[in-house]
Design a protein around this ligand. Structure first.
Ligand SMILES: [Zn+2]
Length: 210
């Protein structure tokens, strides 16, 4: 089993790029954000504990994230992309241990860079399909229906400028050090232009997996 880590500022396009790798290269997309939201939806003990944090857009404690991630890794047999984790140096070190335990090889770290103003524009206009998680831009669609599966499109509670700026500061403080930590495995791609260009960059990184 291989593992790809995506490092990115909020709204840099992690979700879209994960989906591309998942569909084209058969990786399983594991988003710790989605795992946490699922705990809330299923009203588990963890879900009850973290619901108020998610509603405020606050970050959830490491021990809880590790617990849901380990649970997910133990049921997975395919190559995986990790989205939203690790966010800090401590989490990265912990992840090294988790991956060894789960017999997973860290094959690539992809750093997705984006201009801050472009990120704000995108996040305040973002709609996500409730069903297949495809991402849309409010300004570019006529009705709130997914063209891929017919699902309903909605904006996430935490997609607003204030929450974004908080998260962006946190990203600069805590996540950027990961770029040094993963130096030997890291490739940076820029998400300021068209998706086609981004996908070409991803293909270049993963060409051995096609
Ligand atoms: Zn859909």
């Amino acid at each position: 089993m291989k593992c790809i880590i995506l490092i990115a500022a909020p709204a840099a396009g992690k979700g879209t790029i994960s989906k591309y790798i998942e569909d084209k290269y058969n990786y399983k997309h594991i988003s710790t954000g989605d795992l946490l939201r699922e705990e809330v939806r299923n009203n588990t003990d963890i879900g009850k504990e973290i619901k108020p944090l998610l509603e405020k857009g606050s970050l959830v404690g490491d021990n809880i994230i590790e617990e849901v991630l380990l649970k997910e890794l133990s049921k997975t047999n395919s190559n995986i992309i990790l989205d939203g984790y690790p966010r800090t140096l401590n989490q990265a070190k912990k992840l090294d241990e988790l991956l060894i335990k789960a017999n997973v090889e860290l094959s690539n770290v992809i750093n997705i860079d984006i201009d801050k103003e472009i990120a704000i524009e995108r996040i305040t206009n973002r709609l996500v399909c409730d069903n297949c998680k495809s991402v849309y831009n409010k300004k570019l669609i006529k009705e709130n229906i997914c063209t891929k599966c017919g699902g309903n499109l909605s904006s996430r509670n935490d997609d607003n400028k204030e929450t974004f700026l908080d998260r962006y500061d946190t990203f600069l403080k805590e996540t950027k050090p990961l770029i040094n930590y993963y130096d030997d495995k890291l490739v940076t791609i820029y998400n300021n232009s068209s998706l086609d260009n981004i996908f070409k960059d991803v293909d270049g990184i993963l060409k051995g997996d096609a």
